[in-house]
Design a protein around this ligand. Structure first.
Ligand code: X2W
Length: 288
């Protein structure tokens, strides 16, 4: 009897949650939401399944999710196994010829297919591509010091529209073609997600990482931030290290017409749903 009562209460709470989500479901129906799934936000198979379920649910309620993933830790692991040394300059991996081959294998192969499989296992229809497919993202060298690290200079996002208009969830690995023949570029996952969100004029860009958001000088996560505040906090050194590529991406995406960017902890249960469909939201939302 006790068991039955608890089950009923649980069900009432679930129904209430769904009911409260109605205005959000209405708001995001038909919206394009780009989700950057960082390597540090990817957990074990169970966490991966939960992320995939959130994405499939988004699709089910009429959102057009586009997943752009990272995989830095997985690249590190393989480079270590192969005895290839790697270093980062200003948050980006110095990428020589041998490294870019490993990057493409790990991102377009291992990581991309793991996400595709997880989404399909939840009943979604995911198709994995990289920035090379249909020339989605054409790059030039970002900085001579970084080697084969790409900066997107030409975006051809029609392939993404074609996929989501057909009910498919695109999953994009941040590897790209260069302007010259046979060039392959390693693109920072945040940079790729921002460029894709900007070119799609997405309603939202969610950057899933392993920190709870952007912290102020007192170390408290700010739930709402304006671009001006970001610029000031960066000049003051409050925003530093690995947060810089994320906030830079956010500013660039907003500049290109994305309505809002959220930096949030992807390890939170149902992080995407929490942010899109509840009163509470999650992480730091940056908008003008
Ligand atoms: C990244 C690409 C992967 C990535 C790298 O080589 O690690 C550059 O740094 P996370 O998991 O999102 O950090 N590329 C140029 O961005 O992964």
């Amino acid at each position: 009897m006790k068991q039955q009562t608890r089950t009923m209460q649980d069900s009432i709470a679930t129904a209430k949650t769904l009911s409260e989500a109605l205005p959000y479901l209405q708001r995001y129906s038909g919206a394009v939401v780009v989700v950057k799934f960082g390597g540090n936000a990817m957990g074990d198979d169970e966490a991966m399944a939960e992320f995939a379920r959130d994405i499939v649910l988004m699709r089910q309620v009429g959102v057009n999710p586009v997943v752009v993933h990272g995989g830095g830790p997985m690249i590190n692991e393989m480079l270590t196994k192969l005895g290839i040394k790697s270093e980062f300059v200003r948050g980006k991996r110095v990428t020589d010829k041998a490294t870019v081959e490993v990057v493409e294998m790990i991102l377009s192969g291992l990581v991309n297919k793991r996400i595709v499989q997880a989404i399909n296992d939840q009943g979604g229809r995911a198709v994995g591509i990289s920035g090379k497919d249909d020339d989605l993202m054409v790059c030039e060298a970002d900085d001579p010091e970084l080697g084969f690290v790409g900066r997107p200079v030409e975006m051809n996002v029609q392939v993404l529209r074609d996929l989501y208009n057909a009910g498919i969830i695109p999953v994009v690995a941040p590897v790209a073609t260069g302007m010259a023949d046979n060039e392959t570029f390693n693109v920072n996952g945040d940079t790729a997600a921002g460029a894709i969100a900007g070119a799609l004029q997405a309603d939202r860009l969610l950057l899933l990482t392993d920190v709870s958001g952007v912290k102020n000088a007192e170390g408290v996560v700010m739930t709402q931030i304006t671009p001006e505040e970001i610029r000031q906090m960066t000049a003051d050194g409050v925003i530093a290290g690995g947060m810089i590529p994320k906030t830079e991406t956010a500013l660039m995406a907003l500049d290109q017409g994305v309505r809002a960017v959220t930096i949030l902890d992807g390890r939170l249960p149902n992080a995407c749903l929490l942010e899109l469909f509840t009163d509470h939201g999650a992480g730091s939302q940056i908008r003008s």
